[in-house]
Write a protein that binds this ligand. Structure first.
Ligand code: URA
Length: 434
């Protein structure tokens, strides 16, 4: 087979065979074709697309390009959850312990944050002592004992995706639905869970800016997962405004603890409840009605919060930081931002809020950037709230006044104020397969 012929076929709108896709992924993994030919093919795929069959073939071949986790040593149904990324999205820290407290087994491999969206690994590492680098046997043991463990992605997971993603990033080919679907789902398949729940975010703070795009991506991923033999479902959820009140690693851990104890932002709590219910249904442990009851009971009884504490202890952390979240890292400087005029908040652009948190030091520009675990934003008002000029809007945490001043400017530019309350936007916009 020749790479030239594969590029030519796709450029002309042809459909690649499973043999061609398998050959291609092998060549990418072993670096036997040059980057310029892979880049040319990525651009051809970007313009010509892929059929659902090609997308499944690509997903499975990429999943098999490295280690495939075998979770059979963990009894029970293993369910994974993936969010396509958002601002203030700490749902894994909440949904995982709730679902585990209800009997779902969660052996999760998570990523770090990049750009304006955060990552679960960074959030957990903001708890002093927690390690995400855990040997396989110990990882399985923690899941058997507590129902949940969250570790960093192993370096040998999906090497083909690492290569392809790096090239997509520099060739303006990231925003291709089949390539995104194959990239995400290959990692989920290789992570070994029996069932997968996808939280596909839509809105200004998300990859997908329109509901139609999000729906197409969700359907592609659900089909790829199901055809690869994993029960897969998706919720399409709103990411126009930040999720919850906190953006920034340790701040989000503190907020997760609040929600797990039945307090905090009601919109975030409702989303987490719906995601946990979907995981319980996917695990076959109950229908929607029963799952809702189970979630409520896990929170009311304290078992969900206790599950997070046990996981943190098992991963080397001190759960005292969760019992008293005031002890979590906090940056040295705190500055309050205020309402610039009277009125209702009719818009609070999620992406700009994420960028403001990056200015504060909470995110990373490149994979190598250091992050400040204690930095971030606590929103004292969110979309739909009203206020008078000069009333507190948010608290900003960083290590310097300059960072706070730059972030305040960005935050205020994210704000739209109007005389009337905005129309309510549903949180879960669509469900697929659950
Ligand atoms: N996340 C991924 O892992 N891959 C993509 O292509 C986009 C988001």
């Amino acid at each position: 087979m020749r790479m030239y012929d594969i590029i030519h076929k796709k450029r002309e709108g042809g459909c690649l065979s499973s043999q061609e896709i398998a050959w291609l992924v092998d060549a990418v993994t072993r670096s036997t074709v040059p980057d310029y030919q892979i880049s040319a093919l990525l651009m051809a795929i970007f313009f010509q697309g892929m059929t659902p069959e090609e997308t499944v073939e690509l997903t499975v071949a990429m999943a098999r390009s490295g280690d495939m986790a075998d979770l059979s040593q963990i009894p029970g149904v293993k369910v994974d959850k993936h969010s396509t990324g958002g601002v203030g999205d700490k749902t894994s820290l909440i949904v995982g312990p709730i679902a585990a407290a209800c009997g779902v087994k969660i052996a999760k491999m998570s990523g770090r944050g990049l750009g304006h969206t955060g990552g679960t690994v960074d959030k957990l590492e903001s708890i002093p002592g927690v390690t995400m680098d855990i040997p396989r046997e110990r990882f399985f043991q923690i899941v058997r004992d507590t129902g949940i463990a969250i570790v960093g992605q192993s370096g040998s997971l999906c090497p083909a995706d690492k290569k392809l993603y790096a090239l997509r990033d520099v060739t303006a080919t990231v925003e291709s639905l089949p390539l995104i679907a194959a990239s995400i789902m290959s990692k989920k398949l290789a992570s070994g869970a029996d069932a997968i729940l996808l939280d596909v975010k839509v809105g200004s703070g998300a990859f997908m800016k329109t509901q139609e795009e999000a729906q197409r991506l969700a359907q592609l991923m659900v089909d790829a997962g199901n055809q690869a033999g994993r029960r897969t479902a998706a919720l399409i959820t709103d990411m126009d405004t930040p999720l919850g009140a906190c953006i920034g690693n340790a701040l989000e851990v503190a907020e997760a603890c609040e929600i797990l104890q039945g307090r905090g932002d009601r919109r975030l709590a409702e989303l987490c409840s719906q995601l946990a219910q979907a995981m319980i249904c996917l695990a076959g442990l109950g229908d929607q009605g029963a799952a809702r009851e189970m979630v409520q009971e896990a929170i009311r009884s304290g078992r969900a919060f206790h599950t997070l504490c046990r996981m943190v202890e098992a991963q080397g952390g001190d759960s005292g930081f969760l019992q008293d979240t005031g002890r979590l890292p906090k940056s040295a400087v705190c500055r309050e931002a205020h309402m610039p005029e009277d009125g209702y908040i009719v818009g609070l652009d999620a992406e700009s809020c994420g960028l403001a948190a990056m200015e504060l030091g909470a995110g990373r520009e490149t994979k190598e950037s250091a992050i400040d675990y204690g930095a971030g934003i606590v929103l004292l008002k969110n979309k739909g709230d009203s206020g008078k000029k000069g009333e507190p809007l948010a608290r900003l945490y960083a290590n310097t006044q300059e960072q706070c001043a730059r972030a305040e400017e960005r935050l205020l530019s994210a704000l739209r104020i109007g005389p009337n309350p905005p129309a309510a936007r549903a949180l879960v916009l669509r469900r697929i397969g659950v």
